[in-house]
Design a protein around this ligand. Sequence first.
Ligand code: UD1
Ligand code: UDP
Length: 362
Amino acid sequence: MPFRILTVVGARPQFIKAAPVSAALHQAGISEYLVHTGQHYDREMSEVFFEELDIRPPDLNLGIGSGTHGAQTGAMLSALEQAMLAQRPHAVLVYGDTNSTLAGTLAAAKLQIPVAHVEAGLRSFNRTMPEEINRIVADALSHWLFVPSDVARDNLLREGVPAERIHWTGDVMYDALLQFRQRASERSIILQRLNLIGQPYVLATIHRPANTDDHARLMTILAGLALVARELRVVLPLHPRTRARLDGMSAKPAGLVEIIEPVGFLDMIQLEASAEVITTDSGGVQKEAFFHGVPCVTLREETEWVETVALGWNRLCPPTGAETIAAAILAARGVLGKPAHPYGDGRAACRIAKVILSVGGL
Ligand code: UD1
Ligand code: UDP
C-alpha cells in the first residue's frame, strides 16, 4: 500500500510552503491528501496561490473561516478529526505556526497518527504571540521535525527533543523563491502597473496582532510610513486583518502611503526584489528580503529569523515612535549585510520527501 500523507494548510504562507513540498512528495511517489482548513478564504489570500504556484486544488476545504482563537481552532480540530478518521493517513504534515498547524497537529496526535512538522524549532521566546504557542505545541507533538536552520535545530535540542527526530532540511520558502523567481519575472506586471520601474521605493507589510490590534501602535506605524513616503514611495499591500482594523479607524494617518490589495506571490517576488528597503512584521517577508539581498527593517521587538539580523541584513525596530520608524527605514537604504546561506540550498523539499520515503519504508 503506498504511503499516504494528509497535509493540512490554511493560511497564505502555508500555500507558498506547500508548493515545493507537494511537488517533491508527488515526484517521490508519495500519495498526498490536501486539506485546506479555510482559515484564509479571500481569493487574493488563497486561490491565487494555488493557481500561480501549480498547487493542485485541495481535496477538501473545510471552510472554517475567521473567528476567535478558540472558536477557529476548535472548529478546525473537529473537522480535521473527521477527515483524518475518513482518510486514515499514515502521517499528517503541517507547516509553520498558524491555528491550522495547531489544529492539524492536535487532531493527528490524539488519533495517534504521527505528525511531520515543516519549519520546526523556530522560537521568538515571546508567548504573547499566538504563533509561539502554536509552534511549541506542534513541536512537542511531532514525530518528524524538519528544521530550516541550525538555530532552529539547537532550539529543539535545548528543549530536549531527541536528536533522531530532528531533520535539518533548510527552509522550504527558499525553495519556493528559487522555483518561482523566473516565472515571476516573466509573468508579473506589478512594477509596470504601479509605475515602479526605475523608481526607489519601500515595500511594507503589517499584519501581526501586536501591531494591528493595538490602535495606538497601528497609528504609530502608519505615521512612520507616512513620514517615509514624503521622501520615498512606500507601497503597502494590506493584509485583511490590518484592513479590518483600518476600516474601523476614524483618522487614517497613512498620508502618501500607497495602500494596495494583497498581491499574489509572483507580484510579491517582483515587489520585494526591486525594493530599496523592505519593512515588515512578517516572518516570510523578512526572510525573502534576505534572500533577495534587500535591507529589511522588522517592526517588532524580536524575530525568530535571528540569522538575518546577525548577518546584518535585517534590523529590529520596535514600533514605538513614528520618527524612530521612519529614521530606521531611511537609514537602512544601501546597508548590505554579509553573504551567507543559513537557510540551506533550495533543496529542503527534496530532503523532506526523502525522510518521509524512508520512514514509510518505501
Ligand atoms: C494568520 C496566522 C499568522 C500568519 C498569518 C499569515 C494564526 C493565529 N495566525 O494570521 O500566524 O502570519 O495568518 O497571513 O493562525 N481575513 C479576511 N480574509 C481572509 C482571511 C482573514 O478578511 O481570507 C481577516 C478577518 O477579519 C480575520 C482576520 O483577517 O478575522 C485575521 O485572520 P486570521 O486567519 O485569524 O489571522 P491572520 O492575522 O491572518
Ligand atoms: N505575500 C504575498 N502577498 C502579499 C504579502 C505577502 O504573496 O501581499 C507572501 C510573502 O511573499 C511570503 C508570505 O506571503 O511568502 C508571507 O506570509 P505572511 O506575511 O502572510 O505570513 P507570515 O510569514 O508572517 O506567517
